[in-house]
Design a protein around this ligand. Structure first.
Ligand SMILES: NC(=O)c1ccc[n+]([C@@H]2O[C@H](COP(=O)([O-])OP(=O)(O)OC[C@H]3O[C@@H](n4cnc5c(N)ncnc54)[C@H](O)[C@@H]3O)[C@@H](O)[C@H]2O)c1
Length: 266
């Protein structure tokens, strides 16, 4: 990741004013410096890489490389730029929308309706029967990667209703109790607001009935299996992946799994 602090040159310099108008602010100043993000996808990639002194990496892959503070910042920046790119017209009038200076909202030129960037609420849950935890994978996940169960909230649902419904639908289990852990903005494939929870089921009723239209596989894993997977570096492509590995540390699923290990060992 590169922060460009200095006066840009070349292509970027030529379009400086235009660029500043298109830039959006991803948040609070950092070290007393305002931050802006800019979609430079229109520039020649090789020239932009030379100018920045780096190479472009897919955002998902970059999550394996970035530090703790950088990952959420880049995720937010990309989500905001994508929102602007796809929100150019009012869905009520069909007229163009115009952004405010910070890039935090867009207003319809005809109706004055104001649009704000949106996140879709998602519940992500790590289910345990006391001894084991339940992890699943979709067919689209990288080979060998297992994660906690996740699902979008339906309109009008509470967090607890979504959690119970998703666990019942995806693996056929009845949740006995749950506790909230933490939350996170997740930019893939669109902005989701992830609400992460731990849930428990009765060991006597832990037989899985996996909905294979949603999950390719779901299984109970022992503490030992999870511990050794936590020590396995995430697979970054190239060569055969390990048979069982976990999401990167910036994913809230990783946090849930780490917390589960800490809680069961204490
Ligand atoms: N950060 C993490 O640790 C982590 C872990 C797992 C999943 N996730 C994210 O959680 C989200 C949900 O996970 P999933 O496995 O259910 O995803 P998914 O993308 O497989 O979606 C499941 C279904 O939900 C529906 N859907 C898609 N977008 C929707 C929306 N905005 N509102 C309502 N329904 C929608 C679609 O019918 C889709 O087939 C995804 O964005 C995924 O990337 C994050």
């Amino acid at each position: 990741m590169r922060f460009l602090n200095e006066e840009p040159s070349g292509n970027l310099q030529n379009h400086r004013t235009q660029n500043l108008r298109r830039a959006v602010s991803p948040g609070e100043p950092r070290n007393n410096q305002a931050q802006f993000c800019l979609d430079i996808g229109g520039l020649d990639q090789a020239a932009a890489e030379e100018l920045c002194g780096g190479t472009f990496v897919d955002l998902r892959k970059s999550f394996f490389l970035l530090s703790g503070a950088e990952a959420p910042l880049v995720a937010k920046a990309q989500a905001l730029l994508r929102w602007h790119k796809t929100s150019g017209f009012c869905s009520a009038t069909g007229q163009p929308t115009h952004r405010n200076q910070a890039g935090s909202q867009r207003t319809c030129s005809s109706s004055a309706i104001i649009y704000y960037p949106k996140m879709s609420p998602v519940v992500i849950v790590l289910v345990s029967d006391g001894e084991r935890c339940l992890l699943g994978r979709q067919a689209t996940f990288p080979r060998g990667m297992y994660s906690a169960l996740a699902g979008f909230c339906d309109m009008g649902e509470t967090l607890e209703e979504t959690l119970s419904r998703e666990v019942a639908e995806e693996v056929g289990l009845e949740v006995k109790s749950f506790s909230f852990s933490s939350s996170q903005h997740w930019p893939f494939p669109q902005s989701s607001f992830m609400m992460a929870c731990h849930a428990s089921v009765s060991p006597a009723h832990s037989q899985l009935c996996v909905d294979h239209s949603e999950l390719e596989d779901a299984r109970w894993f022992s503490q030992q299996e999870v511990l050794s997977a936590l020590q396995t570096p995430p697979h970054r492509g190239g060569g055969a992946p390990p048979p069982f590995w976990l999401p990167p540390k910036h994913a809230v699923a990783h946090r849930l799994i780490t917390e589960w290990i800490q809680n069961t060992r204490s």
